[in-house]
Ligand binder design. Structure first.
Ligand SMILES: O=P(O)(O)O[C@@H]1C[C@H](O)[C@@H](CO)O1
Length: 350
């Protein structure tokens, strides 16, 4: 166990000085770590760390799954300074929906690898770029590529970019995803506006808010009723109507499972009994993080495949990522129009 105090001291449960080397030697010559630890012992029993604040921060980011406020602030400052603008709306592009970021004008593009302390995208259909620019008069920032739990990232890391958005100035989060339709009324290509979720990873005791709470982001125990902004849902429904796609638009409940496996028939039956309409592997932890820091949330699922709850031998009824990507590509125009018009409405009101 490692503990940090507010002065940047570091203490380890075995009394060893923590310096990033596992063999007990340190950057202070060849002296054993125990000697240094004794010498650097402070009154409170903790060990005075000889690392610079920068080294300590880098070590912490590498080894820990939580991102301190100051690190998030640094990432946000890097983006705002690099873009030369402060976004108000954040967009997370779901699988195959990266084109939502292609409609942004005067775009400043940041590859994830080049953003300090940012994770990298590993999934096909998630380009790994952050795009900041203008859309329908508003300044927006879009993630062309999100982070999923099944990639090996802890939930806090998956949704860390939402906090970056917040500290960049973002007030509205638009989260989009590709999902399997469990509600038998849903067809492939339909859009489901999320009005609630079932957090299956939360049922299993996993949350992006696990660990010490930093009140600068939000409260220890945030309420999640009314997480999905009703005004934005109603506006999106109106937009859908004027686009002539109202019969392909629904309002429903999304559930996130850990993936990367698609669901079994028994799991799908269980989800349906719980009132779930669409199932995926993302979004919920992003929404939790956004609501924790008081962002307004709009989210939708593009139904890329139907999830039958009947046993069948037919191979073509099995979900697969190629189909997910190809449906998303076919429906990108409608998704882009919906997002752009909702951004326009928000901008017009402000
Ligand atoms: O990032 P999203 O939630 O849109 O991606 C879904 C879930 C998996 O990552 C992938 C499965 O096909 O699509």
């Amino acid at each position: 166990m490692t503990g940090y105090n507010s002065k940047g001291d570091v203490a380890t449960s075995n009394g060893n000085h923590r310096n990033g080397h596992s063999n007990g030697s340190s950057s202070n010559g060849d002296r054993p770590a125990d000697d240094l630890a004794q010498e650097n012992q402070t009154d409170n029993g903790r060990i005075q760390c000889s690392l610079t604040p920068e080294e300590l921060r880098a070590l912490r980011v590498l080894n820990e799954d939580t991102y301190p406020y100051e690190v998030i602030q640094e990432i946000a400052d890097f983006i705002v300074k690099g873009a030369g603008m402060r976004p108000k709306i954040g967009i997370i592009c779901g699988s195959g929906l990266g084109s939502l970021a292609d409609i942004i004008q005067d775009a400043k593009i940041f590859e994830y690898e080049k953003i300090p302390n940012f994770p990298v995208s590993t999934v096909e259909g998630h380009a790994g770029k952050l795009v900041v620019g203008h859309l329908e008069g508003a300044i927006v920032m879009a993630m062309q590529g999100r982070f999923h739990f099944y990639e090996g990232y802890p939930l806090a890391k998956c949704s860390m970019p939402v906090r970056v958005m917040k500290l960049c100035g973002v007030e509205y989060l638009f989260a989009t995803n590709a999902a399997g339709g469990i509600n038998p009324k849903f067809a492939v290509g339909d859009i489901m506006l999320m009005h609630d979720h079932v957090n299956m990873l939360g049922f299993a005791g996993n949350s992006p808010l696990q660990g010490p709470n930093d009140p600068r982001f939000g409260p220890r125990f945030p309420a999640l009723v009314n997480s999905y902004n009703k005004d934005l849902i109603n506006k999106a429904l109106e937009i859908g109507k004027s686009m002539g796609i109202e019969s392909n638009m629904h309002v429903g409940v999304y559930s996130c499972l850990g993936g990367p496996t698609y669901e079994t028939i028994a799991e799908l039956k269980a989800l349906r009994m719980m009132g779930v309409d669409a199932v995926g592997m993302s979004t919920v932890h992003e929404v939790i993080t956004a609501r924790h820091c008081d962002m307004k949330v709009f989210a939708f699922s593009l139904i890329t495949n139907k999830c039958s709850t009947e046993y069948s031998d037919k191979k073509d009824e099995e979900a697969n990522h190629d189909e997910v990507m190809s449906v998303a590509k076919n429906r990108q125009k409608a998704c882009c129009e919906l997002v752009a018009r909702l951004v326009r409405e928000i901008h017009a009101q402000s």
